[in-house]
Design a protein around this ligand. Structure first.
Ligand code: SF4
Ligand code: SF4
Length: 111
C-alpha cells in the first residue's frame, strides 16, 4: 500500500515543475503584500517628520531645515508604519531585490 503512495508521489514529482526558481537567474515574483526595503520619493516629500515619529525602531531621521531624509537600514524591520503615516505617499516598501549588507550604514536622501 505504502509502495503505491510513494510511487504516485515519485511520478508526480518527476513530471511537475519545481516549486523553486533558479534565482538570481530567474526573476522572483513576490506575493502581494510582500514587504521589502523602504524607498522614498523626495520630489513629493514635505519633510514633515511624521514617518520619523511613527517609526517604532527610530530608523528614520528627518531634518526639515536641510530637506534631508535618512534611514538606518539595519534598524528597519519593514513594519510599514512610516508608509501608512506619510501624508504625501512618498514612501513605499519596495520588493525589488537588494544585495544584503552587513554594515550599519545610513542612507541619506536630499530634495
Ligand atoms: S511622512 Fe512622508 S512627507 Fe513626511 S517626512 Fe516622512 S516621507 Fe516625507
Ligand atoms: S518600515 Fe517600520 S521600522 Fe522601517 S523605517 Fe518604516 S516605520 Fe521604521
Amino acid at each position: 500500500m505504502h509502495f503505491f503512495v510513494i510511487l504516485k508521489t515519485l511520478v508526480k514529482n518527476l513530471f511537475s515543475k519545481p516549486a523553486t526558481v533558479k534565482f538570481p537567474f530567474e526573476p522572483r515574483e513576490y506575493p502581494e503584500g510582500s514587504r521589502g526595503q523602504v524607498v522614498i520619493d523626495t520630489s513629493t516629500c514635505i519633510f514633515c517628520g511624521l514617518c520619523q515619529r511613527k517609526c517604532p525602531t527610530a530608523a528614520i531621521t528627518v531634518v526639515r531645515a536641510e530637506k534631508k531624509w535618512s534611514i538606518k537600514r539595519m534598524q528597519c524591520i519593514s513594519c510599514g508604519a512610516c508608509v501608512d503615516a506619510c501624508p504625501k505617499n512618498s514612501l513605499k516598501l519596495d520588493t525589488k531585490y537588494y544585495t544584503p549588507d552587513v554594515t550599519k550604514k545610513e542612507d541619506t536622501y536630499n530634495a
